[in-house]
Ligand binder design. Structure first.
Ligand code: KG4
Ligand code: ZN
Length: 353
């Protein structure tokens, strides 16, 4: 079974060809970073236009690299949401067009399900498992019980963790995307302890996250330094202090989630981390420690399959196609699409889907 996957929900145009033997035959990603750089953030209209410009050539290149044609495919999957709606429409319409022209099944994939099922593509993990999904738009703890079956244990009440990395990097003048820049800067730290930062939500019951207070604390720490651009040593220590605070906050929340996971699935034995922030080595190492202490197997997909990509969409498409979960041409792209629609909203307004 061979599926083409298309991802256009944010600022990466991606197309990939994957088979049901868990082989990624092609995985092409075109970043729009340069298109948005002059504006200091992602401009949705520019993103949608850039997806239109890039997508058909990227699909052709992915098929070429995989050495297959449309006639070899068993289905077309595209991210159907959540995300920037202009971009999602570009991907969905393209996928529907190919599916209609070739008489192939079409699968509208939830972008979060793409991240959630990646560990099954890379490591063949069985259900159920505990998932920490940490990206630029989301920060959630979920029990993955099956394709389409998710139980959300917690989410952020304000910013996503990747968003916090990006904003803190901007405050320090480190550029976008902030996560890799903060991680790089933190590598040169000598004394992170001189910036005491809060560990948001630590010690509170439940599994919800909060990062906006931590972001404000970083701003206050910067304001308390002598005026002018930050020195390299300040930048390094502050980045490391921020990373440590994030690591401790996430570890605390995940510890509660492990207890909830174990209560529901006493034989459950795996913790998976996914999403762009899962590329962070400090976070990986503290989570690995937490999992080991609790007797859980820890799985983090390789970095390029943690950030947005088409292979995860193609794989989720395969999982859905195998179960007969295809979509019709009536599918409407969704700006918001929670994985667990029954989950209670987090405690405060402004919560992400
Ligand atoms: O999953 P992703 O590629 O896109 C979304 O669906 O949001 O995640 C992008 C986010 C950005 O906020 C970026 O700063 C963050 O992941 N990120 C990192 C690292 N690499 C990417 N955060 C911390 N450390 C990293 N090494
Ligand atoms: Zn993502």
């Amino acid at each position: 079974m061979l599926v083409l996957g298309i991802e256009t929900s944010c600022d990466e145009t991606a197309a990939a060809v994957v088979d049901d033997g868990r082989h990624v035959l092609a995985d092409m990603v075109r970043s729009q970073l340069a298109d948005h750089a002059p504006y200091g953030g992602i401009v949705p209209e520019i993103a949608a236009r850039a997806h239109i410009d890039a997508l058909d050539r990227l699909i052709a290149a992915a098929l070429d690299e995989a050495g297959v044609g449309f006639a070899d495919l068993d289905g077309i999957a595209a991210t159907g949401g959540p995300g920037l709606i202009g971009g999602v429409i570009v991907g969905v319409m393209t996928a529907k067009g190919i599916a209609a022209a070739r008489g192939l099944p079409f699968m509208a994939v939830n972008h979060l399900e793409g991240h959630a099922l990646t560990a099954r593509l890379t490591h063949g993990v069985d259900f159920p498992y505990l998932l920490l999904l940490v990206s630029g738009g989301h920060c959630q703890l979920l029990i993955v019980e099956g394709v389409g079956h998710y139980r959300r244990l917690g989410t952020t009440i304000d910013d996503a963790v990747g968003e916090a990395f990006d904003k803190v990097a901007k405050m320090m003048g480190l550029g976008y995307p902030g996560g890799p820049a903060v991680e790089r800067a933190a590598g040169a730290a000598t004394d992170p302890a001189r910036f005491p930062l809060p560990r948001p939500m630590k010690g509170r019951p439940g599994c919800d996250f909060s990062f906006s207070g931590l972001k404000t604390a970083v701003r206050h720490a910067i304001e308390a330094l002598p005026p002018g651009p930050l020195g390299t040593a300040d930048m390094a220590d502050l980045s490391a202090a921020f990373q440590q605070a994030v690591g401790e906050a996430i570890t605390d929340r995940t510890r509660h989630a492990i207890a909830a996971f174990r209560a529901r699935h006493p034989k459950g034995d795996t913790l998976v981390v996914a999403g762009g922030v899962a590329a962070n080595a400090h976070l990986r190492s503290v989570l690995e420690g937490l999992a080991a202490a609790d007797g859980l197997r820890f799985i983090a997909p390789p970095q390029r399959l943690c950030t947005d990509n088409g292979a995860m969409i193609a794989w989720a498409g395969i999982e859905r196609l195998r179960l007969g979960l295809t979509d019709t041409m009536d599918f409407a792209p969704r700006p918001r699409w929670p994985l667990d629609p029954t989950a209670p909203r987090a405690a405060f307004a402004g919560v992400k889907a």
